[in-house]
Write a protein that binds this ligand. Structure first.
Ligand code: FES
Ligand SMILES: [Fe+2]
Length: 377
């Protein structure tokens, strides 16, 4: 991202009271958000095939730290091994399938099954079992934990929901290829140097795409968020850039006006812009003046989605804790506003009457998102 170019485009929109507009509008059928067959294709062709961001490095600070997940119905352990590298294992003992751990987060010296005591090291290798000689017939491929591909790049944890494991360098290259030019933007934020403050999970009764769409346009901000962060944003003067399958949106905050007035340095002026990145398919990174929000939207069923939000404190949040708190409250309420609207759309979809959803020229990143899905499915 070239901040000077972004600011130049934004100043022009502010002068001319204009905004980025897409070249075409689009329409989507209500079936797109309701069809089980469509969701099955998304799971198979998108969510199981692509590298997906699943968290922030600081969730696993020390060797032995772990978190567990059951996204897409797959029980997983994500942990940091003794060498400091990440591993992802199936949370399933190779003996008779018990879960190895039921807590959502914790610290391992080794991983010991609560049923008969098979014990694995932090690389997933079986290192002990009572009366091990009774299982002489099993080879290492049958007794070590199943592994998934995982990598850590610029503070984000990536994995693939398909057992087995490409090499770390092969998987890192695949992620960089997937991100394309977006990798440069994400690297600029130096997320690897920052701390996570909070992780929240919540189930939302709406299709995952409806919830993603809420992050891809600013058209709704002055109305849908009039009591939360709407007043802080200068309405209808937004930048939208498709980047590969992904996108970046930039919203000028009112606090940018005095900075423009006094021709503040670029680094200061850019803090008056809020950015929303969509990492295809299901992750949003919102860059606000005092924090980053990482939002992961995991489909559960056609009309149910798990929202996982990680708040990552930026350096200014430590300097201005009160402003950070206020921003945090507005963002939480704003997110709830988006999710309530998402649930209201989904409940109308359920009424059984087919209808079209219309996406205008200010909603071009949604049209881009739908085209990206269409290019894969
Ligand atoms: S199921 Fe884990 S040791 Fe038996
Ligand atoms: Fe919103």
């Amino acid at each position: 991202m070239d901040s000077e170019i972004i600011l130049g485009r934004m100043k022009k929109h502010l002068r001319e009271s204009s905004t980025d507009l897409a070249s075409t509008s689009s329409t989507q059928s209500s079936e797109f958000y309701q069809s089980q067959q469509f969701l099955d294709s998304e799971l198979e062709k998108i969510f199981q095939k692509m590298p997906l961001p699943v968290g922030h490095s600081a969730q696993l600070e020390k060797p032995g730290d772990y978190i567990t997940r059951c996204d897409f119905g797959l029980p997983l352990i994500i942990l940091r091994n003794r060498e400091g590298a990440l591993e992802v294992f199936a949370n399933q003992c190779r003996h008779r399938g018990s879960k190895l751990v039921t807590e959502t987060t914790g610290h391992f010296q080794s991983i010991s099954c609560p049923y008969h005591g098979w014990t694995y090291d932090l690389k997933g290798q079986l290192v002990g079992a009572p009366h091990r000689e009774c299982f002489e017939h099993l080879n290492s491929g049958q007794i070590n934990l199943l592994k998934y591909s995982v990598a850590e790049i610029n503070g984000l944890i990536w994995m693939k929901y398909q057992p087995q494991a490409s090499s770390l360098s092969g998987f890192s290259d695949e992620i960089r290829g997937h991100l394309g030019e977006l990798a440069l933007d994400i690297a600029q934020f130096k997320l690897q140097d920052l701390k996570c403050l909070e992780t929240e999970e919540k189930e939302v009764k709406a299709n995952w795409k409806i919830l993603i769409e809420g992050f891809l346009e600013g058209y709704h901000i002055p109305v849908g968020h009039r009591k939360t962060f709407g007043p802080a944003v200068i309405p209808y003067t937004f930048l939208h850039d498709p980047i590969g399958l992904h996108s970046r949106s930039a919203y000028p905050l009112r606090k940018i006006l005095p900075l423009i007035e006094k021709s503040a340095p670029v680094e200061q002026m850019i803090s008056g812009v809020s950015f929303v990145y969509h990492i295809f398919p299901n992750v949003i990174i919102a860059v606000e003046p005092y924090q980053f929000s990482f939002v992961q939207l995991v489909p559960i069923e056609v009309d149910r989605t798990l929202s996982r939000t990680i708040t990552i404190a930026n350096l200014r949040s430590l300097q201005y804790p009160e402003k950070f708190q206020m921003e945090r409250e507005h963002l939480k309420k704003g997110l709830q506003e988006d999710y309530s609207i998402g649930e209201s759309i989904q409940s109308n979809l359920k009424s059984g009457r087919k209808f079209s959803l219309e996406f205008g020229l200010m909603e071009g990143m949604i049209t881009h998102f739908h085209r990206a899905i269409g290019s894969i499915i």
